[in-house]
Design a protein. Structure first.
Length: 87
């Protein structure tokens, strides 16, 4: 029974130690300059992308879909013009 109590207390202490360590790591990351570094890096990359005339993948995909629709509409209109000219 004494062994069971010791094991229980040891696991409880280990759990508390882990929770305390986890909390301290979380606080350190929240208060660290890592978030500022990430924000600054994103701003730097955005500026660099603008200078290099690069676009985000999302924007590219939107433009690609618009172009596909425009090309399909142009093909339809060309076919209608041909049909009207043949009449």
């Amino acid at each position: 029974m004494v062994h069971d109590v010791q094991c229980y207390l040891q696991s409880l202490m280990d759990k508390r130690l882990f929770e305390d360590l986890s909390e301290r790591i979380g606080e350190a990351l929240r208060d660290s300059p890592a978030q500022d570094l990430e924000k600054n890096l994103r701003a730097l990359l955005a500026t660099w992308f603008d200078r290099m005339d690069l676009v985000l993948r999302e924007d590219f995909e939107v433009q690609r879909r618009l172009l596909e629709r425009a090309q399909a509409k142009l093909s339809e209109l060309e076919a209608r013009v041909r049909d009207l000219e043949n009449q």
